[in-house]
Structures are given as structure tokens and as C-alpha cells.
Design a protein around this ligand. Structure first.
Ligand code: AGP
Length: 606
């Protein structure tokens, strides 16, 4: 979705830094792009509907400047086109505004400003901000922004330049993420950490209504009243290399291959002497007396929650309800003080997940967040946070974030079981050890890549697919189908295998590929009955099955074998061939694998 980058400094060319920052944010998904720089004693704005490459071409020789802002827009208010791209300006062209989020009362403000004589040149909500700043400007950009903020309803991350004060940028946010990067004789502002990772890893994470005034030499943070705010710098522990393709054709393939490392990093320090150690997270108060958990997330993270539900219920004997964040608020929840919400979000910025989190807190229920992005909105707003250590995930299709989310689900389930004594100690210890070694199984399953690629070459022209599984395998089937949909644009239906004959069996026809996940030893006979049902109707069955079950899976047309891991932990491993299948199907269809159509990495609108 939308992305912001801003630079001020003496050592580098602002235009180059801004364009570089935009290139690092491209993965978020966008439809138009623009920059604003100080050049020839005036504020100059260039925008393009389309990709960054189109803007670079339009710019020609790169202008040299020491201050600039840039933006990638994902259209919400107004179609994707040049006039709606950011930066937006006022009537006089003195201000340039880039904005992430939605100004909910923009229609009312626009009417008011139009009546005052302001002229609008776009259909966006953002443009009202530029005109409000123009209305309030009396020689100080910070003061004008401070007067503008109370007028705005909705969510925003803003960075603003002013022609009359070409030595500063002003940045502020509410309910969106905005980070100030600190350098020597230069400073940065961005909504997305990878955009500035090659320049600095020391940042301030802005809180709502903290106003940052960036000059080349310093960053001054004040509150709405103009009083100084003291902030701690926050070190980002991602490195630039992790945010680059490193020889892989696509980020997604690289991220699939990074899963053993990501899982190891997420487990690091969490298993000691056969016990789960989460002491540093101070979770005990949160878990004290808990009798019910709501697990809330979107998309892939929701699928991780489905696995989390089964693991926690089985091991810790606590009832868990899993729900889609965008639907959660419509439920009339019977809130009780002995409940806990766990939200899962790779980006930590998903608007629906954030709103479910706040809904729970308003009703007196504490929230534990599972996220990959330090200092993200979800991380800051939750009562406690537990990080996945997947490193930056750039491809829109989530892979290593998902497997690390699963790891956290198991860590939580095992920890709760350990503290509540719900699993016999020897059994618990065995499971903990098996989780500690799951990275080896991930390494092994990656060797199936060639087999999976061959399968993709056979099936990449199909229009429909089915994904089946029972119990934990159903959660993995859901994730496999989502992966295939989002990057190959092939219709993929995921079903609990037992549900098939209650309707969807009517859709099975000759030659239809059915991918079935078979890792649950006790369910193999039932799973094979479903295989027979679809085969009898002409389907071709591709099984992702555990090595020890291959005899039982004989009747499947194709088998991709995964190592014989504990069935409870199998989702971490069995999802990998499905991710790889989706990847190659997308490549063979000539799609933009890392940036699939219509989708964004971080979904910051509800
Ligand atoms: C995953 O492949 C998808 N791109 C999507 O479902 C994603 O998981 C979902 O939008 C939630 O995002 P989050 O984890 O950042 O909250």
C-alpha cells in the first residue's frame, strides 16, 4: 500500500535517496508514484501514474537537491492517475504533502475549503491537508501543521515540505506507522523500514501526534502543544542484505529458502534444558487465570492462527476461537475478564487486525501480539508482544513470516502446557525437542523443489484447483490455496476434506488437480477415502504426504514427500511444497510473482 520516504541532508542527493527509497517500497504494491524536491529555489513536484521506472524516465537527468519527499500510492479515494498521485499541493504550490491513510472527513473539509476559495486539483482525500496547511501558514510549517491536525479525522502518516522553509521536513502520524531515521548531517523519514536500511538503522518511532521537525543536523520532536518530547532511539536489527534478492530471481523464492534460518532465529533462546523459556516477555500476568483465547488475524496470519488454535487446545487445554479480523468486530462478543486476545500480523500494520486489537482492549481484554516488525502499530498497541524473527519479508505472498508465526504458536502452546501441567513432562519434553529440530526438516523438504517445479510445468495452464486436508492439514490446505490464488491467479478452493461430499464434490471433474495434504497419521485412512472420492470423479490427486505414510497414499497420482515429523508440528514443513508450487505456477504463467496484481504487502485500510 502507500509508502512515504523523505530525506534532508548535505552529503547525498535527495532525489537519489528518495527514488532509492521508493524502489525499496515497491514491494508494498502501488499504482502511482511521485516526488517533491527543492530545486532552483522552488518546490518542484513530479508524478507518474504507473511504476517508478516511468517516473525515472520522465525525470531524465537526476536533479540535485538536499531535501525531498517521495510516495507510492495505492488508490483509495480517486482512481489511480497522475493528478491523484502524491505529493499534493495547495493553491499556491508552496506546500507538498505525502500521506498514508484515509482522511474520513475529507468531503466536509473540501466543501469548507472550496467555499473559502481554495481550488482542488485532485480527487483525493489527501489534498485537503495541503490546503489546510496553506490556510494556517504564517511563517512556521510546524505551527501550521499543528493547527491542521485537530481538523483531521481518520488515519494518517504525513510528511510535508514548504517552499518558504527549504531547510526542513515536518512529519506526524496517527494510527499509521512513521519512522524517523537518524544520520550524521542527514535525516530520513519513512513509513517502511527497508526504504532507509541502507543508510541507517537508528530510528525514532513516532507515536500519534508527535511532530517531528527534521533538519540536516537535528530532529526535534514536539507534542501538539509544541512542548519538546524526549525519545529513545530504536536500533533496527535487520540488515540491508536481508532486504535484497541475493541472487534469487524473486524475493518469494529467496524467502522460501530462508525458512530454516528464520525458524532457527525465531526459536533462538526459547528452548533451554528441554523447557520453553519466555521469561523475558513477562507473559505470566497476561496468562494468569485465562480461560479463553480469541485468535484474530487476516489471510495467511489467520491460517497460522488456525494451527495455533489446535495446538493450544490440544496441549494447554484452553478453548480458543479463531476469527478473521475484518469480521471480528461484527460479533457481539461476551467479553469476560478471563479472556485473552492473540493477534497475528506480519507487518503489524493491518488495519483490520489493529481494530480488533483495540476493540478487545476497550472491552477490558488484554492483547498479545505476534508480529515480525519491531515498533509496528500492533507491537506498540498490544499489552505484550512476541516477535517472529523472519527478517524483512518483501514478497507480497507471505512464506517465512507464516512458518515463523507457526513456530510462535507452538512455543505459546508448549509454554502454556508447561506452566499449566497439562501434558505429561516426558511427552512435553519430547515435543519441545522436536520443535527445536524442526529447522532440519525444513532444510530437507526444500530438496523437493525440483519435483514441485516439474508438477507446476504440467499444471500451470489449469483454471481450477482444489486443496484438501483434515485437521491441521486443512489449515495448511487453506494456506496453500491462498498462495496459489494470490500469485498465479488460478482459482483454488480449499476444503476440509470431510466436507467435500456436502456440496463441493459436484465441482470435481475430469483432470481437475486436487492437492491434498496428508500428514496426520491417525487420519490417513479417512484422507484416502476422500482421495478415492475425487479420483472416482476424474480428479488428478497430488499428495503432500509424510514419508512414513507413502504406502498408505499409494493411490494418489503424484506424491511430494516431506520428512516424518511429529504430526502436530507437520504444518511448518508441509506448507513448503505448496508455497513452492504456487511460486512456479506463477513464474510459468509469466506473472509478477513478488507484486501480484491488486494486492499490497501491508493492508492499512479496513
Ligand atoms: C499473504 O500471502 C497475504 N499477502 C495476506 O493474506 C497477509 O497475510 C494478510 O494481509 C495479513 O497481513 P499481516 O500479516 O501483515 O497482518
Amino acid at each position: 500500500m502507500c509508502g512515504i520516504i523523505g530525506y534532508i541532508g548535505t552529503d547525498r542527493n535527495a532525489a537519489a535517496v528518495v527514488l532509492d527509497g521508493i524502489s525499496k517500497m515497491e514491494y508494498r504494491g502501488y499504482d502511482s508514484v511521485g516526488i517533491g524536491i527543492w530545486l532552483d529555489n522552488s518546490l518542484q513536484i513530479q508524478k507518474k501514474n504507473g511504476r517508478l521506472a516511468d517516473l525515472v524516465e520522465a525525470l531524465g537527468e537526476l536533479p540535485v537537491s538536499n531535501i525531498g519527499i517521495g510516495h507510492t500510492r495505492w488508490a483509495t479515494h480517486g482512481i489511480p492517475c497522475e493528478k491523484n498521485a502524491h505529493p499534493h499541493s495547495d493553491c499556491t504550490g508552496r506546500f507538498a504533502v505525502v500521506h498514508n491513510g484515509i482522511i474520513e472527513n475529507y468531503a466536509h473539509l473540501r466543501k469548507q475549503l472550496t467555499a473559502e476559495g481554495h481550488h482542488f486539483s485532485s480527487d483525493t482525500d489527501t489534498e485537503v491537508i495541503a490546503h489546510l496547511v496553506e490556510r494556517y501558514y504564517q511563517g512556521s510549517l510546524e505551527d501550521a501543521v499543528r493547527k491542521t491536525l485537530p481538523e483531521l479525522q481518520g488515519s494518517f502518516a504525513l510528511t510535508i515540505m514548504c517552499q518558504d522553509e527549504p531547510d526542513k521536513l515536518v512529519a506526524v502520524k496517527k494510527d499509521m506507522s512513521l519512522i524517523v531515521g537518524l544520520g550524521e548531517g542527514e535525516n530520513y523519514v519513512t513509513s517502511d523500514i527497508p526504504a532507509i536500511l541502507s543508510y541507517t538503522n537508528q530510528v525514532y518511532i513516532l507515536e500519534d501526534y508527535e511532530l517531528a521537525e527534521l533538519t540536516a543536523d537535528k530532529v526535534k520532536i514536539t507534542n501538539l502543544k509544541g512542548e519538546p518530547v524526549t525519545k529513545e532511539t530504536f536500533p533496527i536489527n535487520w540488515d540491508q542484505v536481508a532486504a535484497e534478492k541475493g541472487g534469487y530471481e524473486h524475493f518469494m523464492l529467496k524467502e522460501i529458502h530462508e525458512q530454516p534460518t528464520a525458524v532457527r532465529e525465531t526459536l533462538r533462546g526459547r528452548i533451554k534444558d528441554g523447557r520453553i523459556d519466555l521469561a523475558d516477555l513477562e507473559l505470566d500476568e497476561l496468562f494468569e487465570g485465562i480461560n479463553k483465547i480469541y485468535m484474530v488475524a487476516c489471510g495467511t496470519a489467520y491460517h497460522a492462527g488456525m494451527v495455533g488454535r489446535m495446538a493450544i487446545e490440544k496441549l494447554a487445554r484452553i478453548p480458543v476461537e479463531t476469527d478473521i479480523a475484518s469480521e471480528f468486530r461484527y460479533r457481539d462478543i461476551l467479553w469476560q475478564p478471563d479472556q485473552l486476545m492473540i493477534v497475528i500480523s506480519q507487518s503489524g500494520e493491518t488495519a483490520d487486525t489493529l481494530s480488533a486489537l483495540r476493540h478487545a482492549q476497550r472491552n477490558g481484554v488484554k492483547v498479545l501480539a505476534v508480529t515480525n516488525v519491531m515498533g509496528s502499530s500492533v507491537a506498540r498497541d498490544a499489552d505484550r508482544v512476541i516477535y517472529t524473527h523472519a527478517g524483512p519479508e518483501i514478497a507480497v505472498a507471505s512464506t517465512k513470516a507464516y512458518t515463523t508465526q507457526l513456530v510462535i504458536m507452538y512455543l505459546l502452546a508448549l509454554y502454556l502446557a508447561q506452566e499449566r501441567g497439562t501434558v505429561p513432562p516426558a511427552e512435553l519434553k519430547k515435543l519441545i525437542n522436536e520443535l527445536g529440530e524442526i529447522d532440519n526438516a525444513l532444510e530437507t523438504v526444500l530438496h523437493q523443489e525440483e519435483k514441485v517445479r516439474e508438477l507446476a510445468t504440467q499444471y500451470y495452464n489449469v483454471q481450477d484447483t482444489f486443496f484438501l486436508g483434515r485437521s491441521l492439514d486443512h489449515a495448511v490446505a487453506m494456506e496453500g490455496a491462498l498462495k496459489l490464488k494470490e500469485i498465479s491467479y488460478i482459482h483454488a478452493e480449499a476444503y476440509a476434506a470431510g466436507e467435500l461430499k456436502h456440496g463441493p464434490l459436484a465441482l470435481i471433474s475430469d483432470g481437475l488437480p486436487v492437492l491434498t495434504v496428508i500428514t496426520q497419521d491417525q487420519l490417513v485412512d479417512k484422507a484416502m477415502s476422500n482421495v478415492k472420492e475425487v479420483k472416482a470423479r476424474g480428479a488428478v490427486v497430488i499428495a503432500i504426504c509424510k514419508e512414513n505414510l507413502q504406502e498408505a497414499c499409494q493411490e494418489c497420482d503424484e506424491k511430494v514427500l516431506i520428512p516424518d515429523v511429529n504430526p502436530l508440528l507437520a504444518p511448518i514443513v508441509s506448507v513448503v511444497p505448496l508455497q513452492t508450487f504456487a511460486y512456479y505456477m506463477s513464474v510459468l504463467r509469466g506473472n509478477d510473482v513478488d507484486k501480484p496484481r491488486n494486492l499490497a504487502k501491508s493492508v492499512t485500510v479496513e
